[in-house]
Write a protein that binds this ligand. Sequence first.
Ligand code: AGP
Length: 605
Amino acid sequence: MCGIIGIASNKPVSINIINSLKKLEYRGYDSAGLATLTENKINEKKCSGRVDDLEKILFKTPSNGNLGIGHVRWATHGVPNLVNAHPHSSEQVSVVHNGIIENSDEIKKDLESNGLKFKSQTDTEVITILITEALKENKPLESVFKTLQKLKGSFALGIIFKNFSNIIIGARRGSPLAVGYAKEENYIGSDSYALKSMTNKISYLDDGELCVLTKDQVSFYDQGLKKINKKIYTMSDNDAVVDKGEYKHFMLKEIYEQPTTVKNAINEYIDSLKKDINIYNFPIEPNQINKIVLIGCGTAYNSCLTAKYWFEELTSIEIDVDIASEFRYRKLKFNTKNLYVFVSQSGETADTAAALDLCKKNNVKSCSIVNVVESTIARNSDWVLPIHAGTEIGVASTKAFLGQLTVLYILCLKIANLRKDISQNIYEKSIKNLKNLPEAIKKSIDTETKVQLMAKEFIEANGSMFLGRGFSFPIALEGALKLKELSYLHAEGYPAGEMKHGPLALIEEGLPVIVLAPKDKYFEKTLSNMQEVIARGGKILFITDNKKESLNENIRFGLRVPHLDNFLSPILLTIPLQMLAYHVALLKNCDVDKPRNLAKSVTVE
Ligand code: AGP
């Protein structure tokens, strides 16, 4: 997803812009660029490749200037190429943009009919032209303000002006924008992470707000252009150091970090002495909760789906699960006794943030389960439960998924206990099992050598299928999602019992079918469904936690993960699937940490 940066300083900024753009690379992008100001001239440099390529260009032809903006672009309007890369500059103004201008075609036609010319296919260039036109009669802030009033859609913007060489203007509607402060230097950035190496003092623009930065001060304005003050947050620096260490990829490192991720969540929420869970300040008294609605996208949605099975088994509360991009447009019956739970690693996902906004507008209570505590979703919700997974860089979410599952399960146990839906004995036993989870995860990771062998079964495959029932069904979905996003191999996740209602038609000789069969109440049924697949030539790759199950000759490959209790089996089954996706991607020479077409933080709709 696009990322923006802006720096106003008392010293040259291009190197720090490049360094900050490198921090934004995790979002996924296809081109990069920057613009600095020198002696009232806009110096624009861009390239259609990586930030490293931009750095090489700068090395050959340096850009001076104590003020500048930078951008990594993830194409929405117009192919990824040099012309469409940001910034988009006229002689007067240079603009970087994250988001989508929905009425850009309309505006473009109008401007073209007045004789104005466009260089790119982007929606962003209309902003450049509109501001340039407005500057003929207005000062910079008024010009930007007037332009914003004509735009529909979402944006975070960074703008510099040839004739006003000491200011950067930032604006936000929909897409996030952070502001950072340091001595004789101020910043804007798509997220706090991009600014982290320069400052830990951060403010966030809310929707409709603008800011004007000089090296010495930052002024904020609301949507009516009235001057306002913003709160300054001091960021924690616990995840300031982010590198691959001894690992070949961030994803592998993050898979191996999972025992610690889960331990962090357990340490945060479990009181071992009292055998209790430290979760307080519920926005709705648990006994009064009518329904819990769990909302997320992609992997976060899969963790919501897993939690639905936990809540249904352990509590008396009705549960709904929704994909945020659907939720935000549905005609819903909001109820003030419902708790709306938003799950997001980044806390910046546009669809999830919009679904949360909808809840706010309807005056219902929200909880967010996020990794980034400074994020938009965390700041906008009534109640925040951080997962404490540390920075996740790999585009394919791994440790954040396990962190989300752990916190959702802990929340479920606490609510079940407070509502007296489960006995004290089961509550304490479940807490005890949870404490053994990090060790069991380590053992699950130890299956890697076997998983590597399993991965070879996918080299020639044209597709694959992941099957599970009950708690294992969402994990089948997550396994399929991981495999397709990393290896670009078609993968379907299905409830095993659903196969005969259609998907069995896809089974052909040698199709890899991963069967998740923990020893739970569905075990025998899953085995029967597996037989239906075997009978049609499917190649079975079987994953279980059942010690007693001996693998028969119809199973091509079998793998055993540790068992703690049935509720924790989805967590332990996830790990071989993450590693499977990783190793298949390696065998297919795919870019594991930055899969094609994907972004880490999806800040556009
Ligand atoms: C996960 O591997 C994905 N890349 C993606 O589905 C992700 O989970 C989704 O975009 C939601 O992101 P969030 O958790 O940051 O909201």
